[in-house]
Design a protein around this ligand. Structure first.
Ligand code: NDP
Length: 342
């Protein structure tokens, strides 16, 4: 039977919320590895908020995906065929091969996955880019001390769940913000945060203040918007804010038009309370990745670090799952299982 490569390409650039018609499923010839290349068979595809930015032409830290180009993304893949001296058939790797069932790689984007440490899908989450982002942002910018209060939004998600747990390991008090009762219950009971507040509740602002009686020393910013509005008045003098992302604005054309101007209040508080706000990209700290992987493997082995995955089956279902991610419909690290036979 002839095998094809199935891929999802960008059909059109979204205005605001992406639509299913912005994506197109295509079938192409199976790629052939040349010397020093491998053929990858995708097992899991990571869906991440940054992909929304790549669909847009707006100026950014990375090139936009071309119309008709394969959607970008990290994957866990099996090496199906190797003509590369460093990799053999059957090896499991993290790659950056995008929304497709197969791809060739010259090896430069590959990292070996050790299935003995944890299920291989975690190479995209708790032991992957999102776990590392939490570690790098918290340790290099947040610098939590024992007894301090660390608040993180999107706390049941890929980055936020790890931020709170590492804050606890550092001896800090971890307060999560999450959307809805089910996610909040998970953050408190399963992840062990000290407190959690539902940002969809009508009394969210009051509840957050109650959960932080000594103010906030570190706020790990994943969300922006109304969550930032509630956090800002609670930030203590000399608070640190690792600015990791602002997902509530990714579909928001109003941001470009500046229809909601948070800037004067934000700047005033930053100045008057000597707050440090530091944006970052995880790759800035990439030399710390091995330290992170070692530490995280230890925390997983002794049960300190927990995670939750939201696994969607089938490449064809990736667009709908991605649209849902930008609206909080995922519950845990969002991953698409591409190859069910693994
Ligand atoms: P998550 O797994 O946390 O999923 C996204 C979550 O964001 C949703 O489940 C939802 O949680 C919340 N959310 C979505 N839309 C909104 C909204 N409109 N208002 C409020 N909350 C919303 O995603 P990640 O952990 O992968 O990413 C979290 C953040 O980290 C993102 O901003 C992302 O861009 C950023 N990031 C930055 C990196 C860097 O290097 N700087 C690297 C990786 C991620 P809930 O329902 O609980 O509100």
């Amino acid at each position: 039977m002839t095998e094809f490569n199935r891929k999802i390409v960008l059909a059109s650039r979204p205005a605001g919320r992406p639509r299913l018609t912005d994506f197109r499923l295509e079938q192409a010839e199976m790629p052939e590895p040349t010397d020093d290349q491998v053929l990858l068979e995708t097992i899991y595809l990571s869906l991440d908020p940054y992909m929304r930015g790549r669909m847009s032409e707006a100026k950014s830290y990375a090139e936009p995906i071309a119309i008709g180009g394969v959607m970008v993304g990290a994957t866990v893949a099996k090496i199906k065929q190797s003509r590369h001296p460093d990799w053999k058939e059957g090896d499991i790797v993290v790659a950056y091969s995008g929304w497709q069932s197969h791809a060739v790689s010259d090896g430069s984007d590959l990292r070996a996955v050790d299935p003995a440490v944890a299920p291989i899908s975690t190479g995209l989450g708790v032991l992957g880019m999102t776990g590392f982002t939490a570690y790098a942002g918290l340790h290099n910018i947040g610098c939590p001390k024992a007894g301090e209060t660390v608040v993180v939004a999107a706390a049941s998600g890929a980055v936020g769940s790890v931020v709170g747990q590492i804050a606890k390991i550092a001896g800090a008090r971890a307060v999560g913000i999450a959307g809805g009762a089910e996610k909040c219950a998970f953050v408190k009971a399963a992840l062990g945060f000290d407190a959690v507040v539902d940002h969809r509740a009508p009394d969210f602002v009051e509840r957050l203040a109650e959960a932080c009686p000594d103010g906030i020393d570190v706020y790990f910013e994943n969300v922006g918007g109304h969550v930032w509005d509630a956090v800002l008045p609670l930030l203590n003098d000399f608070a640190r804010v690792p600015l990791c992302g602002m997902i509530s604005h990714y579909n928001d054309d109003a941001l470009a038009k500046r229809s909601v101007d948070r800037l004067p209040v934000t700047m005033r508080d930053i100045q008057q309370k000597s707050i440090t706000v530091r944006g970052f990209m995880n790759v800035e700290f990439i030399e710390q990745q091995q330290n992170f992987l070692k530490a995280a493997a230890g925390w997983i082995a002794d049960g300190t670090l927990k995670w939750r995955e939201d696994i969607v089956d089938g490449l064809q279902n990736a667009p709908a799952a991605f649209i849902g991610l930008l609206e909080g419909r995922n519950f845990g690290k969002l991953v698409v299982r591409i190859s069910p036979k693994q």
